[in-house]
Design a protein around this ligand. Structure first.
Ligand SMILES: Nc1ncnc2c1ncn2[C@@H]1O[C@H](COP(=O)(O)OP(=O)(O)OP(=O)(O)O)[C@@H](O)[C@H]1O
Ligand SMILES: [Mg+2]
Length: 477
């Protein structure tokens, strides 16, 4: 590089970066501080109809995380999260609440299925992997955020590096005309830089060194198989020295992109990312354990149930608070919030081992959905089924409408089908609506189909015959 950074410059740079990172930490805390329980519920209301008790419980739990961080340090450690169990029949919004909560908070959040875990020592995924997964999530989240923050800096540095290649300094230290030559060189460099910034040199081909590891090639030792997301082909070819190219010809535009990524990864050094990621996991992390009823055991003697209690026992220390080794170092789980959910059709919360029950002090029941709820679910949420289908029809240039009575009728049939067969909650709306629309979905695009208004009669004509035929209803609805 033609300008050597003095030590002073270097420390100035570090200080500036640390300030940016501190500003950024404050911003995150500010974002959290604006997320009041009311606001959380308001946001969940956009997607989930009813289930007010559950929404309130998760909103309070989320807010309590922030509250804890505001109290005196000495007290912070004693405030443990109020882990929640959401109990309710299938298809009433348990998982949906978790999904929407995840989008809402900048806290690290993952959802796991309890039934996927096996006891330590058996083949399968051990319970600790959930903490590793949360840490991975957080690491990537922080890395992405910091990369965005430093993108402009990285680009500036990348441009200088491309200039180093385009306009190399060729002055010997003992050249008698050194000063004069350097002056000329600076002027040339400024001119070329101007052109570069205008994009005039974008297509020019230059030779860049490629032996610096690019961020994608970062190889990290991993514990569980689920972390093996490395492309082996790339890994191996990058390890074989004779296949490694030392330089590559690329156009200036690509070279800037390439150097930008490299400079960003230098700016967002691993320890800074790990430190922040770990802080977030330990203080704001949320793990949603779905299908927890699947690891509750009814019969303590049957072997499958013995292994279920094994998973529960493995889960205990994690929920209680312990140190879990991850590829980023030990992560303490004491303040991670756990939200569990289950239908508890057969097993009851009391079938969980008592110690675990004690770790989930807050129990919230979700209600079965009524016909009125169904009508709302069809139309109100931002991702409501009818909105989805209307948008899909529009891609075929068809204007799809439902009369209010038709919507009531879909809700009505859904309620009846849930009573007559199994109660699958709001998932029934999918099957009924699909039965109503599949004919049209198949025929489109069709020049003759431009505007469709679904009336009550259309619903009855399509759905009633299916309902009346027991076999058909079993398979189709
Ligand atoms: N209260 C609700 N408001 C809006 N949509 C809902 C509601 N309940 C369920 N749904 C919709 O129904 C579908 C299934 O819901 P969800 O996945 O939350 O079920 P669940 O309660 O987790 O059931 P399970 O016990 O089977 O896991 C989702 O697509 C969701 O959009
Ligand atoms: Mg679910």
């Amino acid at each position: 590089m033609y300008l050597h950074q003095s030590q002073k410059n270097y420390f100035g740079e570090i200080k500036r970066r640390m300030k940016t990172i501190n500003d950024y930490k404050e911003k995150i805390l500010f974002d959290l501080s604006t997320l009041t329980p009311r606001k959380i519920v308001e946001n969940l209301d956009k997607y989930i109809i009813g289930q007010d008790k559950a929404k309130k419980a998760v909103a309070i739990a989320l807010r309590n995380r922030w509250r804890r961080q505001q109290v005196e340090r000495s007290m912070q450690n004693d405030i443990i999260p109020n882990n929640i169990i959401l109990i309710g029949p299938t298809g009433v919004g348990k998982t949906e609440i978790a999904r929407r909560l995840a989008n809402l908070t900048s806290s690290p959040f993952i959802k796991v299925e309890a039934s996927k875990f096996t006891e330590v020592g058996y083949v399968g995924r051990d319970v600790e992997s959930m903490v590793r997964e949360l840490m991975d999530f957080s690491y990537n989240q922080v890395r992405n955020e910091l990369s965005e923050m430093f993108r402009e800096d990285g680009r500036q540095k990348a441009i200088e590096r491309v200039l180093d290649i385009l306009v190399p300094l060729q002055v010997k230290p003992n050249d008698p005309k050194k000063v004069e030559k350097e002056e000329r060189f600076k002027r040339t460099r400024e001119k070329v830089k101007e052109k570069l910034l205008k994009g005039e040199l974008n297509d020019k081909v230059i030779t860049v060194p490629v032996d610096e590891p690019t961020p994608q090639f970062e190889i990290i030792p991993s514990f569980g198989m689920e972390n093996l997301d490395i492309n082996f082909g790339e890994m191996i070819s990058s390890m074989l020295p004779h296949r490694r190219e030392r330089t590559r010809e690329v156009i200036v535009e690509k070279a800037i992109e390439y150097f930008t990524e490299i400079e960003i990864s230098k700016l967002t050094s691993r320890d800074i990312v790990v430190e922040e990621a770990k802080f977030r996991v330990e203080n704001n992390g949320i793990i949603f354990i779905d299908e927890i009823d699947k690891i509750a055991s009814l019969d303590k003697k049957s072997t499958s149930d013995v292994s279920k209690s094994g998973v529960q026992r493995d889960l205990l220390p994690i929920v209680e608070g312990s140190n879990v080794p991850t590829r980023y170092g030990m992560v303490n789980t004491t303040h991670i919030l756990f939200i569990a959910a289950g239908a508890f059709h057969i097993a009851k919360p009391s079938d969980l081992i008592p110690e675990l029950q004690g770790r989930f002090p807050i129990r919230v029941e979700l209600n079965s959905l009524t016909k009125k709820d169904f009508e709302k679910i069809l139309t109100i949420p931002e991702n409501a089924l009818i909105k989805q289908y209307t948008a899909m029809f529009k891609t075929e240039k068809v204007d799809l409408n439902f009369e209010q009575e038709a919507i009531s009728e879909i809700a009505n049939f859904s309620t009846i089908a849930n009573e007559k067969m199994e109660d699958i909650g709001a998932r029934r709306l999918h099957t009924i609506l699909n039965a109503v629309l599949d004919d049209l979905l198949f025929r489109m695009p069709d020049a003759k189909i431009k505007k469709i208004t679904i009336k009550k009669k259309d619903i009855v004509d399509k759905v009633l015959p299916l309902m009346e035929d027991e076999d058909l209803s079993k398979y189709i609805l």
